[in-house]
Structure formats: C-alpha cells, structure tokens
Design a protein around this ligand. Structure first.
Ligand code: ADP
Length: 579
C-alpha cells in the first residue's frame, strides 16, 4: 500500500505539481513581456508627442516671423526697429518683450525708458545681444537631440547666472558639425547664416526662451522676442493630445524644467498616482521640459496576471483534487479487493475446518458403531443422532456454499407462496432440535395462536431462520438459554398488513463493538474459527439478510438487555385478497 502511494505520488502527483509550477511561471513571464510591450508603446507615444511639441514651437517661430514681416510691410524698418517692443506685445500675446539688434552690436529695442519688464530684459541681456559677451552653445547636434539629463550633471548648464545657451535654428543648415561649433560664441555668431531660431538660457535659475528672426534683405538686423512661458502651455496644448486609439490606456503631461504641469492631454487626473511609464525630453528648444506618459488604469498587467495566476492555480488545484479523489477511490477499491481476497482465503480455511470437524466425528462414531455390534441400544441411538446432526451440519454448510455461488451468479430464484410464519418457525425449530439438543441448549419458543400469514419462499426463510438458530447455539457460552419469539407489529409495511418479526435471543458474548454492521458482509467473521475455536464460514448472516431483503424485509442485530445477542428477522405481512 505504501509502495503504491509512493508510485502514485511519483507518477501522477509530482508531474502535476511540476506542471502547475511551470504554468505559474509562464504566467509570470507573460506578465513581464506584457509590461515590456506596454512600456515600449508608451515610450513610442512619448517620443511622438515630444516631436509634436517641437513642431508646434517651430510653428510659433514661423508665426513670429510672419508677424514681423507684416509689421515691416506696414512701417519703415527704421521706425519699427525702435518701436518693435511696443508694437509686438499687443500684436502677439506670447511676446513678453520684443528686441531688435544689429550686427554691429547696437540694440534698438527695447528702449531703456520702456516698461519695467522691458528695461529689466535689456539690462540682463544687452551684453550678450550686443556681442559683448560670449556664451557656451549647446546645439541641437547632428546625431539628434542632446541628452539633457546628462547636461544636468554639468553645473554650467543650469547655474544661477549661466553662460550657456541652448540654441536651435531653422531656415539654414546646421552649423558645420555641432562639435566644431561648440565653444564660446557671440549672439551674432549664433544667428549668422540662418533665418530664424530659438535660444534658451537660464538666467537666475529661470528659463528664458528667445525667438529670433532675420528678415530677408535685412541681413544686419535681428528681430527677437522673449516668449512668455506662462502662456506657452495653452499654445502647446494641441501637441500633447494622445491618438484616439490609445486614449483609453494612457494620458500625457508636459512638464517644465521645474517639473510643473504645463499642459496635459484631454483626460488626466489632477494628481499623478503612479510614476510615468515613459518620458521624453523636448530638447534644446525647451531644455529640461519633458513629455511624460502615464497609464490611465491601475497596474493593468499586474491585474491581468494575477487573474491569470488565480485561474491557473484554480485549474491546477482542481486537477490535483481530481487526481487525489481518483487516487483515493482507486486505493479504496484496491483495498476492498484485497480485503475480499483475504476473506476468501480465510473462507477456504474456515470451510475446510468446518468440513473436517463433522467428518471426523462421523468417522469416529461410525467406527465405534462398527467395532462394537453389541453396543447398548441407548448409546447406539445417541451415536446415530450425533452422526445425523453432523450430516445435517455438513448439508447446511454445503447449501451455504452452493447458495452463495448461485447468488454470486445471480441465479437464485424464489418461489413465493402463502404460508403461516408461526408454523414455519416451529418447523425450523423442529429441524434444528437435534443440534440444539447436542449443544445442550434450552430453547423457549413463543408463537402467537392465530396464523401470521406471509407470502414467502418457505425453504429460503427456514434456511435464514436456521442460520440464526445455528449462530445462537454456536455463540452461547455457559448460559445456554435461547428464546425464539414471533411478534407482529402494525407499523405500516409494504404488504399493508404490518410486520412479522422473528427474534432469536441468546445469552452469549454478543457481537464485538464496532462489528455490528460488518457481520452482515460476506465472509466477515468477528469470531475467527481458528482463534475462537467456533466454526463458521462468514456467510450465515449474509445469506439470512439476502433472503429477508428479497422478501421486502431485513435482518438486524441489537445487543440484548442483560447480555447476549438479539437477531431480528423482519418480514412484511401480506393481506390476502378475498376471492
Ligand atoms: P459464521 O459462520 O462465522 O457464524 P455468520 O455470517 O453467521 O458467519 O456470522 C458472522 C459473524 O457474526 C460471526 O463470525 C460472529 O462473529 C458474529 N455472530 C453471529 N451471530 C452471533 C451471535 N449470536 N452472537 C455473537 N456473535 C455472533
């Protein structure tokens, strides 16, 4: 049994467990792959949005250039260059200050007597705009945008009074190699050879963004504007909108160099609950500004994975449970077969023992009779009675085996006939009288005076009764009084006539506790022949119960009050139809 349990575990349970673990691991790797995909998708979207923002800034530059051209068309360049700051601000809400400088390093606008903001601008930027101060230039390099996170490490890039400028230019080719162009440069050097561009610099830790434009035919003049960054957010809003098919999954936020929200996609929560899935810097146009992509829904990959994990775990658990239940049923069945096989072996040794005992006494008494022809007639009769009783015991035993074999093959046929159960009981007691007498039993029979009518196979019922008598006689010990009672009960029975009960009571040891039900199983013996010395085949009660049940009744056991056993054969009383 232990060996089969180990085999069962190794062959079925262990592989199932391994399968379960593999399934869970595959769910985990799927989750990782899904997370990587989602991250890649978010990075792609963030890159696209950053491109869109750059494109939008380029549009705004062109808008500034067109406005300047229009203003130049409306007024003479000499007038405009002195009043550009005053004229630009009302025309273009994004302009904080307008400026005009020439290649010779003269600043025409804003006026030193203009509004406070314009004056401050001029004081802070005049040296640079008039080529009297050189700055380090960080260009939009030929290999793509500069990684601004790396630049963060360089203190000059965002220091209090920075000498660095992040520059881009359009309308001309890139300067011949960003690396070659890197180094200290004046304003005129930066704008030379291009039509328009941006310059971003940190002044007192605050980002200043300048747009500049050099109109055609006026190569010595540069028109520019300081862009109001507070108004830039609404202007860039259309550029941070996510494509419709991804709107359900992500939202985007454009953050400035201080990580403040500047613009966001149409749906976005007031506070970001989670870290961004991906972020892309805008580049030199707006240094340290970035587009960040967030997932709209809480940890979708995690939720899907834990749902898949739960399902897999449930499938594996069900599988294991089914295997365990199947295994348990098989083990039960094997156990039942093993018990039956053992009981059959016991049966063979019991039956051999049972056959041997009467044969020995028959042989012994026959020899005694044969050896002494002058034997006392009383003795002779006694010996013959013993021989007769032993023959009857042998017949009963053989009948048991034959009946049992017939029942096993389902060949048992009953012939139901009307009979008086009282008469049947008395007749069976009469048949069994020699054995009772030989066993020294005192039998008391109580049968009602009036007939108890039952429709039964009389032969089968009297065999069932004799099995009970035989047990009472076999298992009685010192007190060998046996009571046999026939009663009737009016409790509702299948035959509408109530029940007839034959009780066989003895004063023996009774059935050992815990065996009350098992004694009705085939071959089961609570008192083993070899150990107890009481012969038996383990079939008597099985047959008695089969007969009773075939008649709609039963045989049951109860412990007798005052010690002993009480076996009850119960049969339904039928009501005979009057003809
Ligand atoms: P057996 O041939 O062993 O008597 P049975 O089927 O008639 O087979 O009985 C099954 C078992 O029930 C017996 O082995 C015995 O242990 C128990 N049994 C039956 N009748 C009695 C009884 N009157 N008193 C005590 N035990 C009994």
């Amino acid at each position: 049994m232990r060996r089969s349990a180990i085999l069962f575990f190794l062959a079925i349970l262990a592989p199932s467990l391994v399968l379960g673990v593999l399934a869970l691991r595959s769910v985990q790797s799927q989750q990782l792959a899904f997370e990587r995909q989602e991250q890649q998708l978010a990075q792609g979207l963030a890159d696209k949005l950053a491109d869109a923002v750059r494109q939008r800034v380029l549009d705004l530059q062109r808008e500034f250039a067109q406005l300047t051209d229009r203003a130049l068309a409306a007024a003479s360049p000499a007038d405009l260059k002195n009043n550009f700051d005053d004229q630009l601000r009302p025309l273009w809400p994004l302009a904080q200050v307008g400026f005009v400088v020439d290649t010779a390093g003269q600043c025409y606008s804003p006026s030193l007597f203009g509004p406070a903001e314009s004056r401050r601008f001029r004081l802070a930027n005049e040296l640079f705009l008039c080529n009297r101060e050189s700055v380090e230039v960080v260009w939009n390099g030929p290999k793509g945008r500069v990684n601004l996170s790396e630049l963060d490490a360089a203190p000059a890039a965002k220091a209090g009074e920075s000498k660095s400028v992040f520059a881009t230019r359009a309308g001309a080719s890139e300067p011949a190699g960003a690396a070659a162009d890197a180094g200290s440069r004046s304003f005129q050097h930066i704008v030379a050879g291009a039509r328009l561009g941006t310059m971003a610099r940190f002044v007192q830790d605050e980002l200043t963004l300048l747009f500049w434009y050099r109109p055609t035919g006026m190569d010595d003049l540069t028109f520019g504007a300081r862009v109001a960054l507070s108004s830039l957010g609404p202007a860039l809003l259309p550029a941070v909108q996510i494509e419709p098919e991804f709107r359900e999954e992500f939202y985007a936020v454009l953050r400035d160099d201080n990580a403040r929200r500047v613009a966001q996609s149409s749906w976005s929560p007031p506070e970001d609950q989670r870290a961004p899935l991906a972020a892309t810097e805008i580049g030199e146009m707006l240094p340290h500004w970035r587009v960040a992509l967030y997932p709209r829904h809480a940890d979708r990959a995690g939720l899907a994975a834990s749902a898949a994990r739960r399902t897999t775990a449930a499938v594996v658990a069900t599988l294991l449970l089914a295997i365990a239940a199947g295994g348990w049923l098989i083990a039960q069945d094997v156990h039942r077969h093993l018990t039956l096989a053992r009981q059959k072996t016991d049966f063979v040794s019991n039956i051999t023992h049972e056959l041997k005992t009467p044969l020995t006494s028959i042989r012994m008494f026959t020899e005694l009779l044969a050896r002494d022809p002058e034997l006392d007639p009383a003795k002779r009769r006694q010996f013959l009675e013993v021989i007769g009783a032993e023959c009857a015991r042998l017949t009963r035993l053989i009948n048991h085996v034959l009946d049992f074999a017939r029942r096993e093959r389902c060949e048992m046929r009953y012939r139901f006939e009307w009979a008086d159960l009282g008469a049947l009981v008395r007749q069976a007691v009469g048949f069994y009288h020699p054995q009772f007498a030989a066993g020294g039993c005192v039998v008391n029979v109580e049968v009602p005076g009036e007939p108890v009518e039952v429709k039964v196979d009389a032969e089968a019922v009297s065999q069932a009764l004799m099995n009970l008598f035989s047990n009472a006689e076999k298992y009685s010990e010192t007190d060998r009084h046996i009571d046999i009672r026939l009663r009737r009960s009016m409790a509702q029975g299948p035959g509408n006539g109530g029940w007839a009960m034959v009780e066989v009571l003895d004063r023996g040891p009774g059935v050992p506790a815990g065996c009350e039900m098992k004694i009705f199983e085939q071959f089961y013996r609570a008192h083993d022949s070899l150990a107890s010395g009481i012969p038996g085949s383990g079939l008597g009660l099985t047959i008695a119960r089969q007969v009773a049940r075939a008649h709609g009744g039963d045989v049951t056991y109860t412990r007798r009050e005052g010690g002993g056993s009480c076996f009850e054969l119960r049969l339904p009383i039928a009501v005979r139809e009057k003809t």
